[in-house]
Design a protein around this ligand. Sequence first.
Ligand SMILES: [Zn+2]
Length: 243
Amino acid sequence: MNRVVFFSVMALVAAVAGRSVVHSTILNRRAASLVNRPTVIRQHNPIQVDRSKARSRRGMLVVIDPGHGGSDPGTHGPNGMDEKTVTLAVGRDLAPLLKRDRVHFLLTRDKDEYVSLPHRVAIANRNHAALFVSLHCDEYSHQQMHGFTVIYAQGASSDSRLAARLIAKGLEKKHFFCHAVRAEVRHLYVLDKTNCPAVLVEMGFMSDPRDLRYLCSTRGQHRLAQGIARGIVAYLHSVKHGS
Ligand SMILES: [Zn+2]
């Protein structure tokens, strides 16, 4: 996540209002089709549906949100790698892993394109998601901080905190260093506006050479996806069994 997410929420709302209206219509149609039958996805649409999940874990939908995209690159590493490229790679890697575990999911984008924050949230809210997971990368210019951070909104439900803890645990199982699991004091649109439990995963610091290595490697990105998928599955299992 970079400053764009935090500071330009209102500008984004105004700038993309027209686009959101168009997508809202598409989403309403999709929401209906998700329940009853396989969904045919238009190529230009940013949402990817796993059609094999008619009998998913208790029908619970997880929305995966690769941060930034298109004209919004997010932060970047000293090697020139953009945050939007890393988040998309991990999001794409998550898809087959969730599919394997029979998790019903949507991606807010599956290519390098701009998707507004309201539209990302609308995908979760209109489809009555059970969990929203936003993928980002950190930066810190003054200290060599490293490791992943899982964030939930201040005052969030216990389910959001549980999801954050389990995703952190999943990442630790894949040998990533946990920088923090914490409530966010700032108002982050995707955490504040989603109706369901929501977490934001800062997968590492692009300002740190150690983190940058795994963030930019195919192997590291896949390992991140494995850890996050593990946490998501553990969360769904926990909710399903009421533990
Ligand atoms: Zn970001």
